[in-house]
Design a binder for this molecule. Structure first.
Ligand SMILES: Nc1ncnc2c1ncn2[C@@H]1O[C@H](COP(=O)(O)OP(=O)(O)OP(=O)(O)O)[C@@H](O)[C@H]1O
Ligand SMILES: [Mg+2]
Length: 242
């Protein structure tokens, strides 16, 4: 069974006479344990694809399944599937509530699900991403960019997802911190048997992280590259306009 199957996904945003179709007939399959990349210039539809999978864009067309379970275009993801799919956003600052302490940002999704032992779970989650539990009392603006992204990753991992959707997880970070976060993600992926879909503009990140990657252009997939093709290069000029 594949971790993710996307079949003829199209996403149209309303507005204007006909709306705007940002993603058109996109199909790809991600095997369990794989890291699958989505690459292409700014505006080509990468985030829109991830948001549709995460249930944040409703009203898509096509067929999508996650570990064999169908996703529905007309409703938000609920139940067990909700915890199985998590997304880490590009900007670690705007994705964390500015007026909530880290303890609440991490604890709330657990309490909402009636999970007990929240404080201990938060401590373990921070530890997993290499953060001291002493930061639990701080607000996001009291953390560095790298620490904020670690918090965002910790939050995504708390619900023990099987599929993690990563939208430019390191692009807002300093180069030295980028490598740390990427290595952390790879370690956590192995430890928790996760599957990744990774959006990135950065050829180095894609070549380092991905088993395969699809190149997108104007809402469509142009080609799917395997590891050998990624290593060989030649695809990086497609990112030049990004
Ligand atoms: N909510 C929305 N309403 C209308 N149009 C949208 C909306 N979200 C995205 N778009 C448009 O859809 C297209 C694809 O956007 P998307 O954010 O998926 O691009 P992207 O490939 O992630 O780009 P980037 O690399 O800059 O993040 C863009 O033309 C964008 O303007
Ligand atoms: Mg994007």
């Amino acid at each position: 069974m594949s971790a993710l199957s996307v079949d003829n996904l199209s996403v149209t945003f309303q507005g204007g006479a006909k709306g705007f179709t940002a993603v058109r007939d996109v199909s790809f399959t991600v095997a369990s344990g794989e890291t699958f990349g989505l690459i292409g210039p700014s505006g080509c539809g990468k985030t829109t694809v991830l948001r549709a999978i995460a249930g944040l864009n409703i009203g898509w067309r096509g067929i999508m399944t996650v570990f064999g379970a169908p996703l529905h275009p007309d409703r938000k993801i609920t139940g067990a599937l909700r915890g199985n799919i998590q997304m880490v956003f590009q900007d670690p600052y705007s994705s964390l509530h500015p007026r909530h302490r880290i303890s609440r940002i991490l604890g709330e999704p657990l309490s909402l699900r009636g999970i007990v032992g929240v404080e201990e779970a938060v401590r373990v989650a921070l530890d997993q991403v290499g953060l001291s539990s002493s930061i639990a009392g701080r607000y996001p603006h009291q953390l560095s960019g790298g620490q904020r992204q670690r918090v965002a990753i910790a939050r995504a991992l708390l619900l023990k997802p099987k599929l993690l959707l990563l939208d430019e997880p390191t692009s807002a970070l300093d180069v030295s911190v980028q490598a740390e976060i990427l290595n952390l993600l790879n370690d956590l992926k192995t430890a928790h048997n996760m599957t990744f879909v990774l959006v990135s503009h950065d050829p180095g990140v894609v070549a380092h992280m991905c088993d395969r990657a699809a190149t997108m252009q104007a809402g469509r997939i142009e080609s799917v590259l395997d590891r050998a093709a990624l290593a060989a290069g030649g695809w990086t000029e497609q990112l030049a306009t990004s």
